[in-house]
Design a protein around this ligand. Structure first.
Ligand SMILES: NC(=O)C1=CN([C@@H]2O[C@H](COP(=O)(O)OP(=O)(O)OC[C@H]3O[C@@H](n4cnc5c(N)ncnc54)[C@H](OP(=O)(O)O)[C@@H]3O)[C@@H](O)[C@H]2O)C=CC1
Ligand SMILES: O=C(O)C1=N[C@H](C(=O)O)C[C@H](O)C1
Length: 272
């Protein structure tokens, strides 16, 4: 049997960090050699938690193969840059990056593998495929995207909703190209309308985007397509955060030892 992948986990005391540490204890293909958190915590799932501010020194001493990060966009970019310096692969589940954060990940990926996904659930990977197919099959239908998350979530819309919106743009652009036969005839993105208020009739081609925050909802995404006197609703509901943790650990095992570069969760799923 292959040796267990040596893991570092950041944001150890966060909702997702705890799940990752908990899921890791049940697997023999990963071994957590380092867990860090910004605010002091003694241990999580039997793993001692160290000071996040010492990440550079700790990576050099513990020499993990892969770092798994679910924190915030600013800290995540810093952790990935530290991975690049230490020669450690990174699996990033954090969402809400700005241009600068994305550029940091791209530049780290020149020296180490960086696998980033807004959602590590296999069901969401299947939802994205279903949405792409539905959008291609139903040109001209109105589309609305709604996501619901717990009241502690910072970023809106969710990273998953943004990824689905990008998927929709990609399919719509390629539909237009195919129909006109002119590769220059590609209009830009659909206009994304974030909620509506007052006198705001729906414009042709716009996509309504709705972010709901309530209670302890783990994560729900719905894509609604309506036209031609019919309505298609595609919905995914995550029942527990363990779903995301399992996917992130599968990704860590897959990415260990790969060449430097950017990867996503589809790369992991395509090869299993
Ligand atoms: N890709 C996926 O499948 C999923 C992605 N996510 C994403 O993961 C991220 C984390 O979510 P969640 O676990 O719910 O968040 P939490 O708020 O529960 O935890 C955040 C963790 O990150 C740490 N952190 C936050 N900001 C900083 C900072 N500036 N410097 C150092 N550490 C920091 C916190 O440390 P402290 O304890 O000190 O506050 C905490 O440990 C979000 O971006 C979320 O969208 C979530 C679920 C699934
Ligand atoms: O913050 C969360 O909780 C989640 N965030 C991810 C996102 O922004 O898409 C994935 C999941 O929906 C849970």
């Amino acid at each position: 049997m292959a040796e267990a992948v040596r893991l570092a986990v950041t944001g150890a005391a966060g909702r997702m960090g705890r799940e990752v540490l908990d899921a890791a204890t049940d697997r023999d293909d990963v071994d957590v050699v380092l867990a860090v958190n910004r605010s002091p915590v003694e241990e999580i799932s039997g793993v001692p938690v160290r000071e996040a501010a010492r990440i550079d020194e700790l990576l050099a001493v513990e020499m993990p193969d892969v770092l798994v990060d679910f924190t915030g966009p600013e800290s995540s970019a810093d952790y990935v840059a530290a991975c690049a310096d230490a020669g450690v692969a990174a699996v990033v589940g954090t969402t809400g990056f700005d241009e600068e954060g994305r550029a940091t990940l791209d530049s780290a990926a020149e020296s180490v593998p960086v696998l980033k996904a807004a959602n590590f659930s296999r069901g969401v990977a299947a939802l994205r495929r279903a949405v792409r197919e539905a959008v291609a099959a139903l040109p001209g239908y109105d589309i609305e995207v709604t996501e619901t998350h717990h009241n502690g979530k910072r970023d809106a819309p969710s990273g998953t909703a943004n990824t689905i919106l990008d998927d929709i743009d990609e399919v719509r652009s390629s539909n237009r190209r195919t129909r006109s036969g002119d590769t220059d005839d590609v209009r830009g993105e659909s206009e994304r309308v974030h909620g509506r208020v007052g006198d705001q009739p729906r414009e042709d081609g716009e996509i309504g985007v709705h972010a709901r925050r309530a209670g302890d909802v783990t994560g729900e995404h719905e894509v609604l397509l309506a036209g031609n006197h019919e309505l298609l609703s595609l919905t995914h509901r995550a029942g527990a955060r363990g779903v995301f943790a399992a996917g992130a650990l599968d990704a860590a095992v897959w990415v260990a030892g790969r060449d430097a570069g950017r990867y996503d969760f589809d790369d992991v799923l395509d090869q299993r």
